[in-house]
Design a protein. Structure first.
Length: 261
């Protein structure tokens, strides 16, 4: 699968990430959390070669990502960026079709297999009734499903998501994360989600990585990571992990700033 070994990254001599070591578990949803500026998005960038480590490495199937071309990486790893704004008038199907580009030679049209994969991605993302709509006329939640379908068209093993529910209303947030959870369970897709939402991370993630002071402060299942002590140390809040009485799932109850309590 994918793992990091002594990963180090800095901006202009200022360390951002130090000694990052972890390995993804196939089929899991891993949440990466931490305060603003801690390096969450930077770590995600290193995991798909948008950024290159200054020390250590990222390995996939025992091959250093630095030894692979972007096109090769795109066949294994798909990315959902923090913003899904698309200004041009592409139809939904045209956007999803872009996910097949890593598999096509220049000026090559879609093959029969490509068309089947695109149709399958559209169906799995639940947007079969939207294929002829223009993406710049759609709501934020609808656009996010289109971007997810485009990622699925890459037939990746790993999906990296940077704040996938940012700027979405509450209903759309649950809709998107329910979709991702279903894809992970049914398709065996391994998902890495960067998030600032502790409750959403607790509800949907199988494991959580908490970043603090340039490194991994804690990593493991929700109960072991989202402890009152860890949340006070990393986020400076008084909080506790509890259960949703309706669903039985984990949720985070915030009591306010630790400095005021």
């Amino acid at each position: 699968m994918l793992r990091t070994k002594d990963l180090y990254y800095n901006y202009k001599e200022k360390p951002v990430l130090e000694n990052i070591n972890f390995e993804l578990v196939p089929g899991e949803i891993l949440g990466i959390i931490g305060p603003n500026g801690c390096g969450k998005t930077t770590l995600l960038g290193n995991l798909n070669k948008n950024l290159s480590p200054k020390g250590g490495c990222v390995m996939i199937r025992d091959t250093d990502l630095e030894d692979l071309k972007k096109k090769e990486i795109a066949k294994e790893i798909a990315v959902i960026p923090q913003t899904n704004e698309i200004k041009f008038s592409f139809t939904v199907r045209e956007i999803v079709s872009m996910g097949r580009m890593p598999f096509q030679e220049a000026f090559q049209g879609e093959s029969y297999d490509d068309i089947e994969i695109i149709d399958d991605a559209i169906q799995k993302a639940g947007i079969s009734d939207m294929t002829e709509r223009y993406i710049n006329t759609m709501s934020g939640g609808e656009r996010q499903k289109v971007i997810i379908a485009r990622a699925l068209a890459q037939t990746p093993k790993i999906l990296l998501m940077d704040e996938p529910t940012l700027h979405l209303d509450i209903s759309a947030q649950f809709d998107i994360l329910d979709l991702i959870s279903e894809l992970s369970k049914k398709e065996g897709l391994t998902v890495v989600i960067v998030s600032h939402d502790l409750s959403m991370a607790a509800r949907y993630c199988d494991r959580i990585m908490m970043i603090h002071n340039h490194g991994i402060h804690a990593m493991g299942n929700t109960e072991d990571v989202l402890t009152p002590d860890n949340m006070r140390t990393v986020f400076d809040v008084d909080a506790e992990l509890t259960k949703d009485s309706k669903t039985g799932r984990n949720m985070v109850l915030l009591h306010g700033s630790a400095a005021k309590n």
